[in-house]
Structure formats: C-alpha cells, structure tokens
Design a protein around this ligand. Structure first.
Ligand SMILES: NC(=O)C1=CN([C@@H]2O[C@H](COP(=O)(O)OP(=O)(O)OC[C@H]3O[C@@H](n4cnc5c(N)ncnc54)[C@H](OP(=O)(O)O)[C@@H]3O)[C@@H](O)[C@H]2O)C=CC1
Ligand SMILES: CC(=O)C(=O)O
Ligand SMILES: [Mg+2]
Length: 752
C-alpha cells in the first residue's frame, strides 16, 4: 500500500481559511443581469410563483430550490468522536457535510447550527424551517436526545428527517458487514458481535443488524461503563436497556473474548491489541470512531493478520463512513419528493452498496482510485470516489420509496433517471481525483526546482505529507530553512531533501553531459559551469536527465519562455523536437484541452496535426475520449481567409496520418462546443462536442486560457508539457500552491 497521508494542523487551518473563510458559497442559478431579469426574479415577476404555491403547495418543488435543498442541522453535542464542543464549533463539520452532499450527489445543502441542548427547542426550531427544505439531515447530536428529536420530527414533518449518525452509519456498517462476513465465511445469524459505543450510531447499528438477522443473545453492547447487561442501572436509558445482554461479561475486555465481530462507534483508542488478539478466527473489526479509530489497522493487523479491518477514515482501505450513504439516500428521496426515508429505503441502500462492491471494478474506477480494486479483505465496500455510486444507489433508494408509498412524485422512466444521474455529476472532480490517486501510487521523487519560493516550498511539503512521494527541493539549505520557518513550517525542515550544486556528488557528471550537448553551440567550460552550478532550472533538468528524480516542476518564479530556454539546454523540448504544451480548462463540469499553449508560436498545418495528436494523448491519459476541433474564426471554409487556411488544411494532414481519434475543422468555438450549433453542419464528423481545441497560434491560446480564467473563473491546469522524454511540468509566476501541486501530480502520472 502507498504511504499514508499526513495532514498538518496548519494545512487544515489554511484549507478552511483560504481563499475565503469556510467551505462553500451560494451562487445564483438564473440570470441576474438586466432590468428584465430583476423583474422576473423579484418584483413583480416573483408574485406569480408565490400565488401558484399558495394555491398548490406541491408546486414549491417546481418553482423554488426546496426540492433539492437539505438542511444539515446540529447542536454540536457529539461532534464526530470529539464530544460536546457546542454548536459553533460543529460548523466546520456541518459545512463539510453540506459540501459532501453537493460533491457526491449534487444536493444543495445548508448547515444550520442550533445553540441549544434542549430537545423541545430543537424540535420547534427545525419544524418551523420545514417549508424551506426538501429534507432534514440531523448530524452530531448526541444520544439520547437525538432519538427523541428525530422521532418527533419524523412524526410532525412531511419531508424526510434522517439522523445521519444513526441511520447513515447503520446502513454503511450493514453493507460492509454483509460483505465482510461473506469473505470470512460466517453468517450474521451465528456471529458473536461486540459493539462499543451505545450512542446515536451504536444503537442504530445494532438495531439494523438485528433486523437483518443478528441474534439478540449474540450481541453485546458496551459504553463508558462497560457491558450493558440485563440488570445494570448505572448510566442507562431506555434505548440502551433494549439491547441489554444476558451475560456474565462486565468489561469490554471480557466481552471481546471469542467475538467474531467488533464494531466501534465510541472513541479513539478504546480497544487494545490484547482485546483484538482474544477474538475468534477471521475476526471482523470495524473501528469507526472519527477522526481517530478505536484501534488502527496497523495495530489490529499486527496481532491478528487474519482480521478484516475497516475504519471511518479515507486514508486506509475499507472506509466505513456514512459519506457513502447520506448523499445518495437523500438524492433518491428528493427525486421522488419523498415524505420520509423509511427502513426499506435504508436497507435498499445497504444492499445496493454491498452488491456494488462485489461487482467487477471498471478500469475507469481503478484509474480514478490509482490502484486495482477487487472484492476481498481490503475492498469490502465501494470507495467514496466511485463514480458509479451516483447512478446505482439513488435509483435503488427511490424504487424502495416508491414501492412503500412515500413518493409524492414517482419516477416513471427509471432508465432515463439513471442517465440523468450520470450527467448530474461534475466529471472534472473525478479527473483531478484520478490524477492524485495515480500520483500517489507512482510515489515519484519530485524535483521542485525553485526552493527559494515559499509557494514551491509549501507545495513540496504538501507533496511529501500527502503521501504523494518524496520531494527533492533545489535550493540553499539556509534559505530553505528560513523560508519554511517564515511559512510556519519549521518542522518540515528535517523532512525535505534539499539539493544543490554544492552538496551534489554528481556535478561533474552533469557538467560533462551539458558540455557534450552545448560545446558546438558556442558554450565553453566556464559557461557550462555557470549553467550547471548556478541555474536551478538547468541543474534540476540535469538531475532529471540522470534519473536523480522522477519528475520536475519549475516555472513558478520565471516566465515560461526563459525556463523553456534553459530546459532546452538539457532536453530536446523545442517546437522542432515535437514538444507541445496543452492546457486543461475545467469549468462548470466541463473539461477542455487547448493547445499549443507553450511551445509553438505560429504552427503550420503539420505542427497543428502534431499538436492535435499530443493533446489527444493527454486526453486519453486523463480518461477522456479525444474529440479534436481545429478552431478559427471561420467554419468549414467560410469566410474565406488566408489566415484560416492552415486550420482548414490541418485535418487533411491528419487524414494522411491515420490517427485513432476524432478530429474536424476548421470551425468556430461555438460550433466546436455547442451541440445545437454543431447540428447546423450535419456532415461534421465529431460524435459530440469537442474536448480539444487546437488554436491557430500561441497568442490565441494564451488569450483564450486567460480569458476563461479571469472572466469565468475556470480552473486552469497547465500548460502540460508533452513530447519530452522525461516528465517536466511548468507552473506560472501566478501559480498558487495548489496549482504547483497539480503540475507535480501531472509529472508524476507522466501525463504528457
Ligand atoms: N464512521 C462513521 O460513519 C461514523 C462514526 N461515528 C463515530 O462514532 C462515535 C460516536 O458517535 P455518536 O454515536 O454520534 O455519539 P454519541 O455521543 O451519541 O454516543 C457516544 C457513545 O459512545 C460511548 N463512548 C464514548 N467513549 C467511549 C469509550 N472510550 N468506551 C466505550 N464507550 C464510549 C458513550 O458512552 P456513554 O453512553 O457511557 O456516555 C456513548 O454511548 C464517534 O467517534 C463518531 O465519530 C459516528 C457516526 C458515523
Ligand atoms: C462520520 C460522522 O458522521 C461522524 O463521525 O460523526
Ligand atoms: Mg456525524
């Protein structure tokens, strides 16, 4: 397995602080530009839907955000496993749940933190907000108040009310357990289960498992006072009493002897290796406390190599976390305008998840996750980034809701619904996720050439601490130390390897190599020494050329033309050598590649054909099927212009090269990207909108990219340098730490 990611306190705070505080914002989904827009959005136009809803309340689902809007509600009394830290402190987690709703199921969610521990007050507050939302997700409200709150709200509200820590956790735990027991060859009716943590999650998990066949007499529940046994009076409530066991065991340690299954929804470190050692053969251990499990997989495996281990965290295999449930349960429920999320819908979700994990994992998923996944001990449950979840789980939930009569608007065409779910998700998110996953498994030694730049240093630290590989920073030790300290990363000084001409054993070899390349280009030995020893771009490129690193990132401090000139001393990376720069633009769920954004100033038709081929290669390595448009200001020969001719001829050049991707041209950008406009040219050979735009010259490339970045706020990755023998990627002088990290990941994946 790849090395584990470590995120620091500073990184976590910076993530939440920059570029604006918090994790989400609200944007308008309708035009708001003109007087007419305002008349429709607000007075007088808004009166029309007001009256329509007053007359027929169900039309609120048609004219407002209600039908796709969920409230994430907490009072902060059980924030993850951190305990009762109050409503305000729970806000980062609730904002987090809100963005997970959006990221994984395109559900709009708003976090609402209520400053009260009084169940009646919370019930009243939530009930009053009913009209606003299509569903209520209760989160991190401690037991036993959570049971009372949820029960009453379910009775009194006409929209789904779902306490995630109870049912979300129970559903995922059940899905994982179905598969873990299958692998260990045990039956739920026969296994001895010990569950630690008798709160929201614990009670709900045990209830669901019992409804699925686990026997009351085989289950022991524990809390801070030990075993919940029949007759115990201390620290009890009616929900715990329902699960009190007839047993002599009084402590968790005693209960664990011979147990087949351990489920932890309690707190960090609640289980010892000795307890794990005392379990039955092939034990199943779900240590689900967050952020730190009851026992780590390393500790558990050290004493029990035969164990199947899961945690709630994303940095170990088998993440049993309610993130696999709540987005999809609500998606399915919202799409049928459900009145409730009932047990049948929860069980349908658990079964669909369990089934999905047993299915063959398609290559695109393995690619997105960076490792081969196949059903077994280290893959008992789908991974949260599995792109199939969105179109597999909500239909199962919606169908169960329809079958049990909670749907206000049943789905007629299930196949069409599945298709609509597929197109709902932003494909760009999975592309970046895939790049990072592949980078992680590559474990590249990344050369960061500009160790004097604080952004580069922060990216290098993040590279290493995220478990992406080793960071080799080119710079002076004292300078790197000083800048790391100034960036609040003093403890990273010992972690990074700082390389420079003075401490390298290879300088003479590098110089000999460079001299051999440049001696007939007017460089004498003195020039060579200056270049190799003093220019970090050249020095870094020499490191890469000699295999003293696996990839190189530079360009954050100097203009790309300057950097390319220096890299060309070491590598053949010019236009004549066939190098090409391709930039990826990610915006509103679309990804478009533009080329050449780096190397060719004024490509002719042969160069344009090469640019198309290189860009197609980049597209494929990003998991996209390439569709190239040669773009211009004319479309298929009109208006006739000398300047557009080469764009007209480039596809003909490709005809002669027998390439294996779609291409067409010349055409304007709207023809290339808008299927309705493209339909005016029925002979156009592209099977869909283009995802690669080959532009006439580097200036038009630069203008397009920067316009998209500045006007539309598109995410820009690149230019990705292709056609060079080793992975070199260039950032720009305006790159952020994240941009630099993206380019390093590109280099590690050898994209280009
Ligand atoms: N992986 C996942 O998806 C999820 C994980 N969780 C995790 O489960 C845990 C509990 O959450 P939740 O049920 O919402 O919280 P609650 O506050 O409702 O319940 C906590 C329960 O855990 C018990 N407990 C706490 N510490 C210990 C300990 N050291 N040993 C034994 N029992 C202990 C408490 O005992 P007592 O009753 O005696 O006070 C209580 O019964 C958290 O760590 C949370 O992160 C929760 C939801 C989802
Ligand atoms: C995952 C989650 O909801 C929790 O730990 O509370
Ligand atoms: Mg929670």
């Amino acid at each position: 397995m790849s090395s584990k990611a470590k995120t620091t306190r500073e990184e976590a705070l910076a993530y939440h602080f920059e570029p604006q505080p918090g994790k989400y914002e609200i944007t308008a989904s309708k035009p708001m530009a003109t007087q007419r827009d305002l008349s429709l959005a607000y007075s007088p136009g808004v009166a029309v839907p007001v009256l329509a809803i007053a007359e027929r309340p169900e039309t609120a689902y048609d004219y407002t955000t209600k039908g796709n809007m969920v409230a994430v509600i907490s009072n902060g009394t059980a924030i993850l496993g951190l305990g009762n830290l109050g409503a305000l402190a729970s806000k980062p987690v609730m904002e987090g749940k809100a963005v997970l709703f959006k990221r994984f199921a395109d559900v709009n969610a708003i976090d609402i933190e209520l400053d009260s521990e009084d169940a009646e007050e919370i019930i009243r507050a939530v009930k009053l907000m009913g009209p606003t939302f299509g569903g209520i997700n209760l989160e991190d409200i401690k037991a036993p108040e959570c049971f009372i709150i949820e029960q009453r709200l379910k009775e009194e509200m006409d929209i789904p009310v779902f306490h995630d820590d109870q049912h979300g956790t129970a559903v995922i735990c059940a899905a994982g357990l179905i598969n873990a027991l299958e692998i260990s060859g045990k039956k739920i009716e026969e296994v001895k289960i010990v569950l630690n943590g008798a709160g929201a999650a614990g009670i709900a998990c045990l209830e669901l498992l019992k409804s699925m066949g686990a026997r009351h007499d085989n289950c022991i529940m524990c809390d801070t006072k030990g075993v919940i046994w029949q007759g115990r009076t201390e620290g009890m409530n009616q929900w715990k009493s329902a699960h009190a066991a007839r047993t002599e065991a009084r402590t968790l340690e005693e209960a664990m002897k011979g147990a087949d299954v351990f489920l932890g929804v309690s707190a960090k470190g609640a289980v010892t290796p000795e307890m794990i050692a005392s379990m039955a053969d092939n034990p199943v251990i779900f240590a689900m406390a967050n952020p730190d499990p009851e026992i780590t997989p390393e500790e558990a495996h050290a004493v029990r190599p035969d164990a199947i281990v899961a945690t709630g965290r994303s940095d170990y295999p088998n993440q049993v976390n309610n993130v696999l449930g709540f987005p999809y349960l609500f998606r399915g429920a919202l799409d049928i305008h459900a009145r409730a999320i009932n047990d049948e819908m929860k069980i349908a979700c658990a079964e669909a998840l369990a089934r999905l994990a047993r299915e063959d994992v398609p290559d695109e998923v393995a690619m997105a996750y960076g490792r081969k996944l196949s059903f077994g001990r280290d893959y008992i449950i789908p991974t949260p980034f599995d792109p199939r979840l969105i179109h597999v789980i909500p239909p199962a939930v919606a169908k169960a809701g329809m079958d049990t009569g909670v749907a206000r608007r049943p789905i007629i065409d299930m196949a069409a619904y599945e298709m609509s779910l597929k197109s709902r998700m932003d494909p760009t998110a999975s592309i970046l996720q895939g790049i990072y996953a592949r980078a992680k498994s590559a474990q590249a030694r990344m050369i960061f050439a500009e160790g004097d730049d604080p952004r580069v240093l922060r990216a290098a630290v993040a590279w290493q601490r995220s478990g992406l590989g080793k960071a080799l920073v080119v710079g002076r030790e004292a300078d790197v130390k000083e800048k790391l300290e100034a960036a609040g990363l003093a403890d990273a000084v010992r972690e990074l390897e700082v390389v420079n001409a003075a401490n390298s054993r290879h300088l003479d070899t590098y110089k000999a190599f460079l001299y051999a390349r440049l001696q007939r280009k007017g460089y004498d030995r003195q020039d060579i020494h200056r270049l190799a020893a003093r220019d970090r771009h050249v020095f870094s490129a020499l490191m890469l050329a000699h295999g003293h690193g696996d990839g190189l990132v530079t360009g954050a401090t100097r203009k790309s033309a300057h950097v390319m000139e220096h890299i060309n001393h070491v590598f053949d990376a010019s236009a004549q050598d066939g190098a090409v720069g391709v930039t990826a633009l990610l915006h509103k769920g679309r990804i478009i590649l533009i080329g050449d954004t780096l190397v060719h100033e004024w490509p002719d038709e042969n160069d344009l054909a090469l640019i198309a081929t290189r860009a197609a290669g980049v597209a494929r390595s990003l998991g996209l099927e390439p569709r190239v448009a040669f773009v211009s200001f004319s479309t298929f020969g009109h208006p006739v212009s000398e300047r557009a001719e080469k764009m007209h001829r480039a596809p003909v050049v490709l005809d002669g090269r027998k390439v294996d991707f779609e291409y067409e041209g010349e055409m304007t950008v709207d023809v290339a990207l808008n299927p309705d406009v493209m339909a005016n040219y029925p002979f156009c050979r592209l099977s869909g909108p283009a995802n690669i735009l080959v532009v006439p010259a580097r200036h038009s490339a630069s203008i397009s990219v920067k316009l998209m970045q500045e006007m539309a706020g598109a995410t820009v990755i690149g230019p990705i340098l292709t056609g060079v023998t080793r992975p070199i990627q260039l950032c720009t002088t305006t790159s952020t730490v994240n941009d630099i990290l993206n380019m390093a990941a590109m280099a590690a994946c050898k994209i280009g």
